[in-house]
Write a protein that binds this ligand. Structure first.
Ligand SMILES: [Zn+2]
Length: 195
């Protein structure tokens, strides 16, 4: 077995398969000198003692956490693009979302986007620096599987479609491992040259 193959076999990974290294700041203890914001918790690793290696691995792990954060939230407003008339809404029939103060999970059975403009809008600048209206927010009514209705317009918690996201996660994690294994191999070559 070559050094690169040996390195590829065994190293710490997080639960999603992204490589982890011992935090260089706290050397794995998770503790560091006291500061008013974090106490003695190491801010290099959030107190975990391990972190994603800086560079490509940290970037890919960050991409995954952005995706999963977005998947866990749904904006229940609808937006109409003033220029094109195109209407977009994140909420989909079949989404499982937490409502009634986030205490109940319900399945969305219907999304009715009305023509009623309810204010909130995105504003931009035209070529002359004039403020222009880019989107209008439209009133949305959500019907749940139990027949209850709720007016949208809020950010609600959504149960992510794990099956759909798994291939995306696995691809990002595989790319992170490839990058990390290349990093380990180049470190090994440098160490061999020094020896
Ligand atoms: Zn640390």
């Amino acid at each position: 077995m070559t050094t690169a193959e040996a390195a590829a076999v065994d190293y710490p990974r997080d639960k999603n398969g992204f490589p982890l290294e011992t935090c260089g700041r706290c050397l794995g203890s998770g503790q560091y000198s006291y500061n008013a914001l974090d106490g003695t918790r190491c801010y290099g690793c959030g107190g975990h003692g391990v972190r994603h290696p800086a560079g490509t691995v940290a970037k890919l792990a960050g991409e995954w956490s952005t995706i999963i954060r977005g998947a866990k939230q749904v904006n229940t407003a609808a937006y109409r693009d003033v220029a094109t008339g195109e209407v977009t809404c994140d909420l989909q029939v079949g989404d499982q979302i937490a409502h009634q103060g986030a205490k109940v999970w319900s399945t969305v059975a219907g999304v009715e986007i009305t023509d009623t403009v309810v204010g909130g809008c995105r504003i931009g600048m035209d070529a002359n620096g004039e403020m222009i209206l880019r989107t209008q927010t439209l009133e949305v009514w959500i019907t749940y599987a139990d027949g209850t209705r709720e007016r949208g317009g809020y950010l609600l918690r959504r149960r992510p479609d794990v099956e759909a996201l798994r291939p995306v996660r696995d691809d990002l994690a595989a790319r992170a491992r490839t990058a990390y294994e290349a990093l380990l191999a180049s470190r090994a070559r440098r160490a061999a040259r020094r020896a």
